[in-house]
Ligand binder design. Structure first.
Ligand code: ZN
Length: 395
C-alpha cells in the first residue's frame, strides 16, 4: 500500500524562526516528513496522493511543556481528584488527551498526577489503545513533607529520601523528574515565595534523573528556591514568578529553560472565588500576577531560553489552552515569531525531543497544523485550526 502523501501550495512556517516560505510542498511517508521544497519544483508525482493546501499556512504542532492531564480544570481540582477512584481519573485523563490534541497540541509533558496514572495513559497512547498526543510523564511530583503538591505527590525529606523518591519514579517509568523548589498557589498553607526543598535535596534527585538520561523540571516561584534549583542542576524553571538579574545570568550560563505558564494565574484571577476557586489560591494568584508578568518580560529581554507551557488542569485552565498561552506570551512582549518558536522548537528542546519533533524538517515526525491565516500576523487563527496532523494522520 502506498502511504506517501504530498501536501502542496502552502506557506511554510517551519518552527526554526526563519522567514515563512511561500508555495511550499512537503512529502510525508507514513509518520515522517521525507522531503520539503517549492511546489514549483515538484516533478510529476501522480502516483502519490496529493493534498492541495493553496492559500493555507503550515506550522509544527504545538508542544506544551507543562500539563496535568489527570486534573479537571474546575474551581478546586484537588477536591475532584481526592474524591474519585483511579479508574475515573484515568477515564478523565483519556478524555483530556482528546481535548488537548483537538486544539493543536501534538506533544506535551505531564508534570504531575496521582498514582502513576499519567504513566499508564502515556503507555496507552503509545500502544494506540487511546487517541491523544504523545507525551512525557513525570509520575508523582517529589515534594517535602507538607510541601506544594503533597496531596498527590511523593513526600520526601533529606537528600537520601529525595534520591530514593526519584529512583521510585524512574522505576515506575517516569520520563522526567519534577521537584518542588518553592511553595505554590494551589496548596493551602504554603507560600509561592518560600523555598521548600534545599539545594542538597534537589541535587540528589536531579543526579538520579540525569544518570538515567532524563530531564528535570521544578515548580519554582520564589527567588531563593529558583536559585537553589539552578544550583542543584535543574533543566527547567516552571512558573518563575520572582526572577532577578542574577537568575537570568545563571539560567543563560547553564542553558536552563523558563516555562512561565502565564495562563495559570490569569484564569485563577479571572474566575476568582465566584468560580469556586479556594480563597487562598485566588489571593496568592492575585498577589503574584504582576511580578510574574514582569519577570517573564525581563527574562525574554535578557535572552533566557523560553518554552511554552500552560499548567492545564489548574482552575479554569482547560485542556487545550496552549493558544491562550501563546497569545499571552505575545501580549507580554514576545515577538509573534519568537512565541511560535518557543511553542514548537523551544518546547521540543526543553523536553529533549528536538531530534524528532518541534520543527517541519526532513526526517522529523509529521506533526503539523494547517491554518487559514498567517499566525505571525493573526495569532487568533490558532483558536480555529483548519486541520491537525499527528504522526502523518489527520486528526
Ligand atoms: Zn503544574
Amino acid at each position: 500500500m502506498n502511504t506517501t502523501t504530498i501536501y502542496k501550495g502552502f506557506t511554510l512556517i517551519d518552527g526554526t524562526g526563519s522567514e515563512p516560505i511561500k508555495d511550499s510542498y512537503m512529502m510525508v511517508k507514513d509518520d515522517k516528513i521525507i522531503k520539503i521544497g517549492k511546489t514549483s519544483n515538484l516533478t510529476n508525482n501522480s502516483n502519490y496522493k496529493t493534498v492541495d493546501l493553496s492559500g493555507k499556512f503550515v506550522m509544527p504542532g504545538l508542544i506544551n511543556s507543562h500539563v496535568h492531564i489527570t486534573m479537571e480544570p474546575v474551581g478546586n481540582p484537588f477536591a475532584v481528584l481526592s474524591n474519585e477512584s483511579d479508574a475515573m481519573t484515568s477515564l478523565r485523563g483519556a478524555a483530556n488527551l482528546k481535548k488537548t490534541l483537538n486544539s493543536g497540541t501534538t506533544f506535551f509533558r505531564d508534570l504531575g498526577g496521582p498514582d502513576g496514572i499519567d504513566i499508564d495513559l502515556r503507555n496507552a497512547v503509545n500502544k494506540k489503545i487511546i487517541e491523544g498526543p504523545e507525551f512525557l510523564a513525570s509520575g508523582k511530583v517529589i515534594c517535602m513533607t507538607g510541601g506544594h503538591g503533597w496531596m498527590s505527590g511523593r513526600e520526601a525529606d533529606g537528600p537520601v529520601e529525595t534520591r530514593k523518591a526519584a529512583r521510585e519514579q524512574l522505576k515506575a517509568g517516569a520520563d522526567v523528574i519534577k521537584v518542588m523548589a518553592t511553595g505554590g498557589v494551589m496548596t493551602e498553607g504554603v507560600e509561592p515565595g518560600s523555598p521548600q526543598f534545599t539545594t542538597e535535596e534537589m541535587t540528589t534527585a536531579i543526579e538520579e534523573a540525569h544518570k538515567a538520561g532524563k530531564k528535570t523540571a521544578t515548580h519554582a516561584q520564589g527567588t531563593t528556591g529558583i536559585k537553589n534549583a539552578i544550583n542543584a542542576g535543574i533543566d527547567s524553571i516552571e512558573h518563575g514568578f520572582y526572577l532577578d538579574d542574577e537568575i537570568f545570568h545563571m539560567m543563560k550560563e547553564k542553558g536552563v529553560f523558563l516555562v512561565a505558564t502565564l495562563v495559570a494565574p490569569y484564569f485563577i484571577v479571572k474566575n476568582g472565588k465566584d468560580g469556586g476557586i479556594p480563597e487562598y489560591a485566588v489571593k496568592k494568584a492575585t498577589n503574584t500576577m504582576e511580578a510574574h508578568k514582569e519577570s517573564f518580560k525581563k527574562a525574554y529581554k535578557a535572552g533566557v531560553k523560553i518554552a511554552m507551557g500552560t499548567d492545564s488542569g489548574t482552575p479554569y485552565n482547560f485542556h487545550g489552552s496552549a493558544p491562550h498561552e501563546v497569545k499571552l506570551m505575545i501580549e507580554y512582549g514576545m515577538k509573534p515569531m519568537d512565541a511560535l518558536v518557543a511553542s514548537t522548537k523551544g518546547s521540543a528542546e526543553c523536553l529533549g525531543i528536538d531530534s524528532n519533533y518541534g520543527t517541519i524538517e526532513k526526517d522529523k515526525f509529521a506533526d503539523f497544523l494547517v491554518l487559514d491565516k498567517n499566525p505571525i500576523e493573526n495569532i487568533e487563527t490558532l483558536f480555529n485550526i483548519d486541520s491537525i496532523y499527528k504522526l502523518g494522520k489527520k486528526v
